[in-house]
Design a protein around this ligand. Structure first.
Ligand SMILES: O=C(COP(=O)(O)O)N(O)CCCOP(=O)(O)O
Ligand SMILES: [Zn+2]
Length: 308
């Protein structure tokens, strides 16, 4: 069935593990992820961004996720990723999503609170949970200056006030990650001190890590070996993710590693089978790679195997 993340996060927080939140844009990506969760007997969040809704059209993704639930019997959270307005959150809630993110992180603090509270009120009336964001996920400068860090990372005192005034169910925090394949110019770094300060003020409250792809080297190398050009790519080392999962991070967002797995396998298949032109062959190979990658993340990074 489609479920909310309330209970999943509570168990994950207490159990010191995290739930994977994987972005979906087409059938093969959904199938690869869901097959992996099924084999690992793991809870799962499938998330749809505004861009994914534009690419695939909302009804296709909704029906594909419903098909995945029917086919596997898995409990799945269907989550809107980075909703930027009350309207898109409302549309998804009305369309049967069980969780939505309202991302007001670009707004001044008070406006973020007002917008988030409006979404929370509507979502909670419909039994849907809400993720918000405080602090700016982004900023890939090398060794961000202290001033820069203070300006963009989540302020622990503000986080407490934000949660109390909005009633939000989980909070995406900025502690050094950013979206995409170029997260760090220097050494990878997450501000665990800051995470612990936030946890002190919000004990037991589910926190979310965006921009958490590792940018797996084997896929970057495969992309480059078969005609790609992806250089200086760097992600979050898996041991940092394991540490975050053992702390208050209950949801870990992964999209770039899915994209790299899919792209690497399609490049590889086409290069090695130049006379082949059946999409089921290269999309099938990509689906298999996604499944193996997600199983690895569930088992060795998130720790959510056999937690159903
Ligand atoms: O946190 C992440 C992904 O982080 P990652 O890049 O490290 O995988 N996300 O919320 C995914 C954002 C995807 O948005 P879009 O579909 O518009 O490109
Ligand atoms: Zn994100």
């Amino acid at each position: 069935p489609l479920v909310t993340s309330k209970e999943l996060f509570k168990k994950a927080y207490e159990g010191g593990y995290a739930i994977g939140a994987f972005n979906v844009n087409n059938m093969e990506i959904i199938q690869g992820i869901v097959e992996a969760a099924k084999e690992e007997n793991s809870p799962l969040i499938l998330q749809v961004s505004a861009g994914a809704r534009k690419y695939a059209r909302p009804v296709y993704l909704k029906k594909l996720v419903e098909a995945a639930v029917e086919d596997t019997g898995l409990p799945v959270v269907l989550h809107l990723d980075h909703g930027e307005s009350f309207e898109i959150c409302k549309a998804c809630i009305d369309d049967g999503f069980t969780s939505v993110m309202i991302d007001g992180s670009k707004l001044p603090f008070e406006e973020n609170i007002t917008l988030t509270k409006k979404v929370v009120d509507y979502a909670h009336e419909h039994g849907v949970v809400v993720e918000a964001e405080l602090g700016r996920i982004g900023g890939v400068e090398d060794n961000i200056s202290v001033g820069e860090r203070e300006a963009t990372f989540t302020d622990p005192d503000q986080a407490l006030e934000f949660v109390e005034r909005t009633g939000v169910d989980s909070l995406a925090i900025a502690i050094g990650t950013s979206h995409g394949a170029y997260k760090f110019k220097g050494e990878p770094y997450l501000d665990f001190k800051r995470l612990e300060e936030i946890m002190k003020r919000l004990p037991g409250f589910p926190l979310v890590l965006h921009g958490a792809s590792t940018v797996l080297p084997e896929f970057v190398e495969a992309c480059n070996k078969y005609g790609g050009s992806i250089h200086s790519a760097k992600g979050v080392p898996e041991e940092m993710l394991r540490k975050a999962a053992s702390l208050g991070i209950c949801k870990i967002n992964i999209d770039t590693d899915l994209r790299l797995a899919m792209t690497a396998m399609i490049r590889k298949y086409l290069a090695e089978n130049p006379s082949e032109f059946d999409p089921r062959k290269y999309l099938g190979a990509a689906r298999e790679a996604i499944k193996e990658m997600v199983k690895h993340k569930i088992r060795n990074v998130l720790g959510s195997s056999n937690k159903l």
